[in-house]
Design a protein around this ligand. Sequence first.
Ligand code: BGC
Length: 351
Amino acid sequence: MAGVTKASFGKLKTGEAVDIYTLTNKNGLIAKIMTFGATLTELHAPDKSGKLGDICLGFDNLAAYEKGHPYMGSTVGRYANRIGKGRFKLGEKTYKLATNNPPNHLHGGTKGWDKRVWKAQIVPKPDGPAVQFTYVSKDGEEGYPGNVNASVIYTLTDANTLRMEYAATTDKPCPINMTNHAYFNLKGSGTIHDHELYVAAKSYTEGDADLLPTGKILPVTDTPYDFFAQPAAIGDRITAAGGKEPNIGYDMNFVLLSGAKGYATVARLSEATSGRLLEIRTDQPGLQFYTGNFLDGTLVGKGGWKYVQHSAICLETQHFPDSPNQKSFPSTMLMPGQTYRTKTEYACLVK
Ligand code: BGC
């Protein structure tokens, strides 16, 4: 039945209780989100014959999530992606963050928002079942300044779209960059080499050997990163995409054509045998494209699926990495009195 149900998903080692919310829309699509990390654990989308299948990687139980994983379905904050050397300056003061992805800071630090228990409440939305997750991040948490009130509303619309609406306020200036870090595999098995991708981007932020932006914005033309003029199967050019052996594949930030100017369709991912087509829409200026290069088969996920390299792809809508240290990039600074707001949708379509 269409609507939202709530159930217990167990307890963390700290004793904190974790709930899981199941959103079902009028077409029977299902999204499950748990309060630990406001994490999307399942998204069931129809294939070309109308059969539903889970298109997200993740785990069967809370203990597996708590053991540690590379942000599968997590809500990431305060700052998704990298901040160089884990430092940024505001006025005369330098803030020091964890360098949990040496030598850089990644995805909010050692205990980012993906590892916090969020509060949740069912909220009314005109176009489908919805749940709002909220988290209060204390001044100094993970080295960041200011008390921040963060929220994300997940709505599973009757147009078969999972929408995430993020908001945050702060009482001290602080960089904010929230995203969802879902790992998609549209056929629910194997690798994503056969998935086809289109990205509405003609340029990307050049990364150094540790994937930190150099500050340069380069054209995608005649590179393996051109999914605009040359939409292609991901596997076609993946060995030339970059990375240090053995972690080869795509791990880069696109500069989206729509910029931060409006809400637009920025990527389309499809897979022929299932006929599934995932459309990504956002108001964000950047999109991190990551092909699970660091997955090495040691993580065993849902139903015993061994997550080997390239089992899934992430399309993380975001501001550019290291924006707090890159003057020429759009600003990520949130000031007291302002409200950070951003919206991303995963539309579950068929080709
Ligand atoms: C990053 C990757 C990282 C992955 C999982 C992505 O957003 O770009 O380098 O390995 O997240 O943490």
